[in-house]
Design a protein. Structure first.
Length: 104
């Protein structure tokens, strides 16, 4: 099984405790549906800082700021994409970047 990094971008933030509970339940169900394929459920992340090749630093989150990450196992990219397509962040207007990790 290959490992895939899921980097979440965007998505709306719940405004009430009721909305937060609903969102957290959806994420819990999604992670639960993948079972042992979830290596690291990850976490949301704050605004990123970018260190460029010229050593300059920008604290603006970059061109497409990450909002969180997870690490999963999948048989191949198609399997990882199928898993990603069920992620609740897509219902909140976000997107997911997938990258196979390379064991060194």
């Amino acid at each position: 099984m290959a490992k895939y990094l899921m980097v979440y971008h965007g998505g709306s933030h719940p405004e009430t405790e009721e909305e937060m509970a609903k969102v957290m339940d959806a994420w819990g169900q999604w992670f639960g549906s993948m079972g042992s394929a979830v290596i690291d459920g990850g976490n949301p992340v704050g605004m990123s800082t970018t260190v460029h090749s010229d050593r300059s630093v920008k604290n603006d989150g970059g061109a497409n700021p990450a909002s969180g990450y997870s690490l999963i196992e999948a048989s191949d990219l198609d399997d990882a994409v199928a898993k990603a397509k069920r992620c609740p962040i897509l219902d909140a207007g976000g997107s997911i970047e997938l990258a196979e990790t390379i064991d060194m």
